[in-house]
Design a protein around this ligand. Structure first.
Ligand SMILES: O=C(O)c1ccccc1N[C@@H]1O[C@H](COP(=O)(O)O)[C@@H](O)[C@H]1O
Length: 229
């Protein structure tokens, strides 16, 4: 079998319980997300994030998620949660996002009719480490499993992108095949209730990502003709 060395990164977002943090680490998540966005049912306080951080296994990243969160609250969350990456889901501009001295990714609301070209996004957010394409509308709250046509993700981006929005164990394989992202991010698709992660869904999600990373779809043992991996 002609296996690729590429591995799609996995982020599990909106964790609220130390046991879920530990299990996510053990199942092979590359990152877990703590939500500090005001209107989210998964929002936690910075002190809770600090405590949950102790459940994290080594070599797993913490991502802190915000949506038009005041700068003082962002700073407090960074101080307590010590994230390696920030994720901004609101109307924040490049200057605001880079002002915290922590690498950051910008979520792009795919519920909008026109999100612009790759060049336009890059010009608007020149310092973003990556883009994350999510299903919610501008001004709307994420984490509701909202999907969109993955073909609308702009081509020709000069940096990594992450696919999110309505992913779940049963559709993440196809989403990876269709978009070849750097990573995938999921919240509601691995839950039994808001903020309560389901261990079996988490396990199946990781399995499906791994299957997509090493699948072979033809008889002669070469890698996938569609994605080149
Ligand atoms: O998870 C949340 O509660 C949340 C709140 C506000 C903005 C974004 C949020 N989550 C992010 O939304 C996407 C998709 O989530 P889902 O899998 O469709 O439920 C993902 O990037 C989460 O990190």
């Amino acid at each position: 079998m002609n296996k690729t060395l590429f591995r799609t990164r996995i982020k599990f977002c909106g964790l609220t319980r130390p046991g879920d943090v530990r299990l996510a680490s053990e199942l092979g998540a590359d990152a877990i997300g703590f939500v500090f966005a005001e209107r989210s049912p998964r929002r936690i306080e910075p002190e809770q994030a600090r405590a949950m951080r102790n459940a994290l296994a080594p070599l797993v990243n913490v991502v802190a998620l915000f949506a038009d969160t005041p700068a003082a609250e962002v700073r407090e969350a960074i101080k307590q949660a010590r994230p390696t990456l920030l994720q901004f889901h609101g109307d924040e501009d490049d200057a605001f996002c880079r002002g915290f001295g922590v690498p950051w990714i910008k979520a792009i609301a795919m519920g909008e009719a026109d999100i612009g070209s790759a060049a336009e996004l890059q010009a608007r957010y020149p310092n973003a480490a990556a883009f994350l394409f999510d299903g919610h509308a501008q001004g709307g709250s994420g984490g509701h499993g909202a999907r969109y046509d993955l073909k609308r993700i702009p081509t020709g981006l000069d940096r990594p992108f992450i696919v999110a929005g309505g992913l779940e164990p049963d559709n993440v394989f196809d989403a990876i095949q269709a978009t070849l992202p750097w990573g995938v991010d999921v919240s509601s698709g691995i839950e039994s209730a808001h903020g309560i992660k389901d261990g079996e869904k988490m396990r199946r999600f990781v399995e499906e990502v791994r299957r997509a990373d090493c699948h072979v779809d033809d008889d002669d043992g070469t890698s996938c003709a569609a994605c080149g991996r």
